[in-house]
Design a protein around this ligand. Sequence first.
Ligand SMILES: Cc1cc2nc3c(=O)[nH]c(=O)nc-3n(C[C@H](O)[C@H](O)[C@H](O)COP(=O)(O)O)c2cc1C
Length: 187
Amino acid sequence: MSEVLVICGSLRKNSFNRIVVRTLPELAPAGMKLKDAKPFDTFPFFNADIQAAGGFPAEVQAFAEDIRAADGVLFVSPEYNFSIPGALKNAIDWVSRLPNQPFRGKPVAIQSASTSPVGGARMQYHLRQTMVFVEAVVFTKPEIFIAHAQTKFDEQAGTFNDETGRGLIKKQLEGFAKFIERLGPCE
Ligand SMILES: Cc1cc2nc3c(=O)[nH]c(=O)nc-3n(C[C@H](O)[C@H](O)[C@H](O)COP(=O)(O)O)c2cc1C
């Protein structure tokens, strides 16, 4: 049994990435429990002066505690301007300054849905780079890039209907479950 914390990089109510997050329980292997991360859109912009004055905001600590407690973390995010959406990057910047930094040794997987033909690939490479600095261990294949996202979702129904994409996500989650098991608990 593993618990995977899911962090959605979009704050948009009818977000394609949020629809993927809602679809994950249908696609996850038996024994994988998925939990939504706490919201990070109320975090102040990271500023070391805030940290020096009063320590870390309570919501940052609570967000980080969920990362620490999880067996793995799954990011599901769009690409903004070829990179990581600002609010998500800000959340990662905050938790990266914590003592007992929560990403250290943590298995991480990434999925992205974006409207371009490469489906958020450039965001994924930047996120992988960031995860290197925080010493996470990032799962590799299969990669999940949901390209031309506007054609793959029923926005009214809030469903992700692309059979190829659903099959790949299933495979990725199965692989990620084995990856978590192989790595064992983070120290
Ligand atoms: C500020 C901004 C920048 C964007 N930059 C990119 C980009 O670099 N590549 C891309 O594929 N889509 C880009 N898009 C389009 C997003 O892929 C699209 O808005 C997508 O629906 C966002 O995901 P969501 O539906 O989960 O919110 C951008 C959108 C915004 C709002």
